[in-house]
Design a protein around this ligand. Structure first.
Ligand SMILES: Cc1cc2nc3c(=O)[nH]c(=O)nc-3n(C[C@H](O)[C@H](O)[C@H](O)COP(=O)(O)O)c2cc1C
Length: 429
């Protein structure tokens, strides 16, 4: 019987000490230099002490003009000392309790906030459709720019390897650049990077192929992929299954399944979207907790690639059932670890109902102010405001403080928005 406590051997030969993974969460604490610092070291030491077998960093950007947030780490060139010293300290803090750490590498594409870049690069000039005008008018990339970006991912992987990370995770989910190439809604190109699925998947597959070829054999190579975009005309489940087969052929070690984008944040299940995820099987989703298990099972029928499923797992029962039933090999956890960094150890020690510690901080207000509000703007505002709770707790841990279960959401959100705008202004000046 497989349980969360079992070891797991990846195809590259590296073993994970258990089946629990801290999923990627953007830390946003790098400051205007975009470099790792003692905050990252403290934060990842804390998460490592909590006992997961795998730790994935927040998205590290491969281009400083295309950030998900002004406080992201950027790796867009070979780093000299003393920066490498901090990156090494980061990698070793994350791995000091026997976990393996992967650096998540990403390019924010058209989801780069307007404050950072009013005209970011994207597959096509199609703007993110969200109220609030947070994102600029994207520019369609030339083939030379696509080539250049692919090279940046490989360079970031080389730097991660030199710093002592056990591997990288290529972020091809959630609507960022590589994910937007996959989506027929965001990618209207008519060249070799648009149209047919193999064209839309070309940048991702090329990056994966090069990392596998150019990095050491035991370097863990993971990809985070959407099971679908959950938008009419977006990436479909069938498309995604085909991409998984190609990724397996390229020899990746671990596929993490997620879903959605800023326009449709399925990965967070913000407004109870499980009905959509599971096509009417809401009850089974409730029981099984995780949002993307049906997709994982569909992957299993087509591929033997090791699978990590992230999104919604909250109890040991559901985690063990997913592993035992063979739906996945590794369980990803994100939001619960912002409140309870020791959760993996507690689950491993036998605690079952564990993880709803953040439920008190999920809405800016009741009724019409809640995430289920019929008013589109309030709904979107809730989506962003709720995130500020997690960012604040991440910043607390980076600062050596304990996370808290409750905080005034709207006030925290406004405070962070001001800080973000200040950081973005500093970047532009
Ligand atoms: C604060 C926060 C930051 C996140 N940042 C990232 C990120 O940098 N990269 C990524 O792939 N996913 C990111 N995610 C998504 C999580 O990895 C995960 O897919 C999602 O939260 C669902 O898992 P959960 O239900 O265990 O929270 C983030 C989520 C949160 C809450």
């Amino acid at each position: 019987m497989t349980t969360i406590a079992d070891r797991f051997r990846l195809p590259c030969g590296v073993s994970l000490k258990n089946r629990l993974a801290k999923a990627a969460m953007t830390e946003q604490i790098a400051g205007p230099s975009h470099l790792p610092n003692e905050g990252h070291v403290r934060l990842y030491k804390r998460w490592a002490e909590g006992g997961p077998g795998l730790i994935i960093t927040g998205n590290v950007q491969v281009d400083r003009r295309h950030l998900e947030h002004p406080g992201n780490i950027v790796i867009d060139k070979k780093l000299g000392d003393p920066t490498m010293k901090w990156l090494r300290a980061f990698a070793s803090a994350a791995q000091e309790n026997g976990a393996r750490a992967l650096m998540q590498i990403s390019h924010a594409g058209r989801q780069t906030p307007k404050l950072i870049n009013p005209s970011p690069l994207a597959p096509s000039g199609i703007k993110v459709k969200l109220p609030g005008d947070q994102f600029g008018e994207p520019r369609s990339m030339t083939t030379a720019q696509i080539d250049e970006v692919m090279g940046r991912f490989v360079l970031a992987a080389q730097v991660a390897s030199e710093a002592g990370f056990s591997g990288v995770q290529v972020h091809a989910a959630h609507g960022y650049l590589l994910s937007s190439f996959l989506s027929p809604l965001a990618n209207k190109r008519s060249d070799r990077y648009g149209g047919a699925l193999e064209n839309r998947a070309r940048p991702l597959l090329h990056i994966v192929e090069r990392i596998r070829a150019e990095l050491p054999e035991d370097f863990i190579l993971s990809v985070k992929l959407n099971s679908a975009d959950f938008q009419r005309g977006g990436l479909t489940t069938e498309d995604s299954l085909r991409i998984v087969e190609w990724l397996e052929e390229e020899g990746i070690d671990l596929l993490e399944i997620s879903g959605g984008s800023y326009e449709q944040p399925a990965m967070m299940n913000m407004d109870g979207m499980e009905k959509r995820h599971e096509e009417g099987k809401a009850e089974s989703t409730k029981e099984r907790e995780a949002y993307f298990l049906s997709f994982a099972e569909a992957v299993r029928e087509r591929s033997n690639v090791p699978l990590m499923v992230t999104g919604g797992f909250r109890s040991r029962r559901a985690m063990d059932e997913a592993l035992e039933g063979g739906a996945c090999d590794v369980i990803g956890l994100a939001r619960p670890l912002c409140v309870r960094p020791d959760l993996p150890n507690d689950l491993l020690a036998g605690e079952n109902e564990a993880a709803k510690a953040y439920e008190k901080s999920l809405a800016i207000g009741p009724g019409v102010l809640s995430p289920r509000s019929p008013i589109k703007f309030i709904k979107a505002l809730n989506g962003f405001a709720v995130m500020s709770f997690f960012y604040e707790n991440i910043a607390r841990m980076a600062d050596g403080q304990k996370p808290v279960e409750e905080m005034p959401l709207l006030r925290t959100f406004i405070k962070q928005q001001k800080q973000t705008a200040k950081m973005a202004r500093a970047l532009r000046s």
